[in-house]
Design a protein around this ligand. Sequence first.
Ligand SMILES: Cc1cc2nc3c(=O)[nH]c(=O)nc-3n(C[C@H](O)[C@H](O)[C@H](O)COP(=O)(O)O)c2cc1C
Length: 214
Amino acid sequence: MEDTKLRKDRREYVRGRLNKADAPENPMEMFDAWFAEWCETGRGDATAMTLATATKDGMPDARIVLLKGVESGRFVFYTNYNSAKGQQLDANPRATLLFFWSDHERQVRVSGEVTRLTYDENEKYFKERPIGSQIGALSSPQSAIIENREVLEEVVKANTDQYGETGPDCPLFWGGYAVIPSKIEFWQGRASRLHDRLLYTLEEGVWTLNRLAP
Ligand SMILES: Cc1cc2nc3c(=O)[nH]c(=O)nc-3n(C[C@H](O)[C@H](O)[C@H](O)COP(=O)(O)O)c2cc1C
């Protein structure tokens, strides 16, 4: 696309507003309400979110993962613990989750410490997944360089021959992470780029709320 066309691609954001006085004390209440509204749109991959991590020496990285639970104030996703993101989280167990809900002209940013789920929790969810996904997780050395696709498919075939009926046990290298938020920012688009931003910060167990300039 030409630069001039890119620059002309603009719209006004007019669908909502955020009032600090009306905001709940606990940001999770607001997250739940906004997330439910987004899911009601019926959009595909409604649970997709950007997960940002950083390497030990501070190089940022980001990718999409699926939100699989918001439990006890924690945001849960599942992955391969040996993947690039897994290694980054081992070295630097902090992350930011980013949600963009275009229909509502909303963005939510969640940052905090990250912990692994327990093996029991991992296994419980692993077994809820289709057997094909279980075998996929077992077979893929996620983020490693592989010679070609055939190498992967051979491993999948061997694992399908062995575990196709019952599914494999949950591998130790696969499981969930929980992001425990210490900062949650809600952004609602407004006209003339004068957007509303409300930032919740957890201080000594209490959520503090501030309005940020757009
Ligand atoms: C819609 C969508 C959903 C995805 N969901 C997941 C997921 O839940 N877990 C996961 O490990 N990767 C998921 N991926 C793949 C990741 O974006 C990424 O390619 C992979 O996790 C390897 O990332 P890494 O090399 O940074 O570790 C998803 C990708 C897309 C586009």
